[in-house]
Design a protein around this ligand. Sequence first.
Ligand code: NAD
Length: 489
Amino acid sequence: MATATTEHGLFIGGESVEPASGELRDLREPATGEPLARAAMAGEADVDRAVEAARAALDGPWGKTPATERSRLLHALADAIVSNRRELAELESRNVGKAITTVKAEIAAAAENFRYFASAVASIAGRSNPIGGSLLFYSQKEPVGVAGQIVPWNYPLLMSTWKLAPALAAGCAVVLKPDPQTPLSVLRLAELAAEAGFPAGAINIVPGDGPTTGAYLVRHPGVDKIAFTGSTRTGGEIMRLASDPIKRVTLELGGKSPNLLFADANLADAVPASVWAIYVAAGQSCEARSRLLVEKALYDDVVSQVTDLSQRVKVGDPLDPDTQMGSLISTAHREKVHGFVDGAREEGAEITTGGEIGAGAGAFYPPTVIAQADNRMRAAQEEIFGPVVTVIPFEDEQDAIRIANDVRYGLMATVWTGDPAKGHRIASRIKSGTVGINMPYTAFPGIPFGGYKQSGFGRELALETLDLYLETKSVVTYTGSRPTNPFGL
Ligand code: NAD
């Protein structure tokens, strides 16, 4: 377990190693401001080393590991996550400041994700078509090669497992860069993977700064594919960097997801679920339903219920099992969140609860409701990434769909209605990768997760993901007599 004096190296070639620069960065617990651990930061020379280790693994034992063995290893890693779940949950909770009850659910989901891809290995298959004459064609699937993966700080372990599991199932070797603030859980995961039997170099972890170490990884000529989760702004930069030399790219980016509440909905279900859908992970979720769109007839009633429930969310020590919402990632991030709330106030919205920074060293911010809001306000258009919900009225179904789609993002949406046909009709017209009908939960192994519009492209968690780590090679030949050469030569 991490302590103020624990030092964590990089993970390259199957072991913990010191960074070439010798840089160790102090990490602090966001909820207390107390020192947590010291973590090595990778520079360019370390990325070079990690890419070399990944390439050697592909050319060596990992590249020769058959699909059934990869499946067994993925299951073994899932087992190791379950056996070490308490340690992983505490590490993550202390490093990110998130309530341990929700982190425990993330750890369980991480294990399930490895199990899903352990089974999905069986779906990797080429095909053969009867093309005609004596022409024989078959295709085979091959791993893309070395995958560079970059993940954010909000779900450090879960987002890493979303990336690692499909890449390893496909037979790729990975160099993964966590956010420099939150490297601890994925470094521990890499150790568990080595103990579970993954060959050296299959998984390499290089925490480091984005614009330097991250950008170097994206540009690295030894990396064949980049899978990125993070902000839309950084996603654009990754696309530019990955264009020379050209590599495959998938992007899971930001969101400003709508939660549509119709007058015919069951409010007893819809209101508590809508409160959960913004405050889980203190709103630091890409799929946070941060715009609550409410049919006009219900607007005042819903604002009052949401305000009341927001005041009852238990905010506090992330390690207390009764805590429902911990701190934000840092006081610097809290300033950004607070700036959006102040901006909404200045634009004429009403803050019915929260919206003030309290005393104390931790990066806490209260559940905050912005009412009397308009969808064109900054707080309704930009990703705040904090426990702040903007409540916007709508007239009717058309108006609700118009407002829901009137953002540059398209990751997630939830519709609450008592009319199933209306739910499906609206689902088909909302421009987002996932739509929940009377159901707030978003991510399950086996169900594709990803964005429309500026929320990115590519899908996580499903068979579609596996294909993003595979090349399709077509092999063609004749089995009988050779037809006349079309050029007559
Ligand atoms: P960020 O874009 O600032 O950073 C994400 C990662 O990219 C970090 O590891 C960072 O070090 C790295 N990075 C930053 N600049 C880079 C560069 N120039 N080159 C290479 N790497 C670089 O995002 P963040 O603030 O850490 O994370 C929050 C964002 O992530 C939010 O927008 C959220 O919606 C998004 N997110 C999306 C999903 C999804 O599945 N769509 C899931 C989780 C988070």
